[in-house]
Design a protein. Structure first.
Length: 150
C-alpha cells in the first residue's frame, strides 16, 4: 500500500515498475491517469489549482486505499495525487492496482477513482485563459457512479 500527495509530476511506467518490482504473483495491473482538461462544458481552462490539508488528506487517502485492499485481493496498490497549480495537459492523479486476476484490479481501481472524485479532501479551482477563476463544484454523475460502492 502506498499513498503520496506531491507537487511533482510522476512517470506512470516508473511508478508501476517500482510498485510491482519482480513480483510473479501479479497477473493484472490496472493504471488510471487523470489529467487537466483544457476545456470543460464549453469553458476553456488554463489551469487547475488543487489545495488540501496535508495530514488530513494523506490519512484519508491511506484509509480508502486500506479499504480497497480489504475489499479486493490486491497484491499492491498506489495512489499519487498532485497539488498546486497545474496547467492543461498536466497529470493530476495516478492510481495503480495489482492483483492475481483482472476483475479485482479493475474493480479496486474504479472504487479508488470514484472515491477520489467524490470524497477525497481536495479543493479545486479552475482558472480560464482570461484569469477568471471559480471553485469546482461536485458533479451529480460522479456522485451517482460512487453509489455503487456503498
Amino acid at each position: 500500500m502506498a499513498v503520496r500527495v506531491q507537487r511533482e509530476d510522476f512517470d506512470v511506467a516508473a511508478e508501476t515498475d517500482k510498485l510491482i518490482g519482480g513480483r510473479t504473483d501479479v497477473g493484472a495491473i490496472v493504471t488510471f491517469t487523470g489529467r487537466v482538461r483544457g476545456s470543460d462544458d464549453g469553458r476553456q481552462i488554463a489551469a487547475l489549482t488543487l489545495e488540501h490539508y496535508p495530514d488530513m488528506t494523506e490519512a484519508e487517502l491511506a484509509r480508502i486505499e486500506a479499504e480497497a485492499q480489504a475489499r479486493w485481493a490486491l497484491q499492491a496498490s498506489l495512489i499519487v495525487h498532485r497539488v498546486g497549480e497545474l496547467t492543461a495537459g498536466d497529470n493530476i492523479v495516478l492510481v495503480i492496482t495489482a492483483a492475481a486476476h483482472r476483475e479485482a484490479a479493475f474493480e479496486a481501481a474504479g472504487f479508488l477513482m470514484d472515491y477520489l472524485k467524490t470524497r477525497a479532501p481536495f479543493w479545486k479551482k479552475e482558472t480560464t485563459p482570461s484569469g477568471e477563476s471559480a471553485w469546482v463544484e461536485a458533479r451529480a454523475e460522479d456522485e451517482s457512479a460512487a453509489k455503487r460502492w456503498r
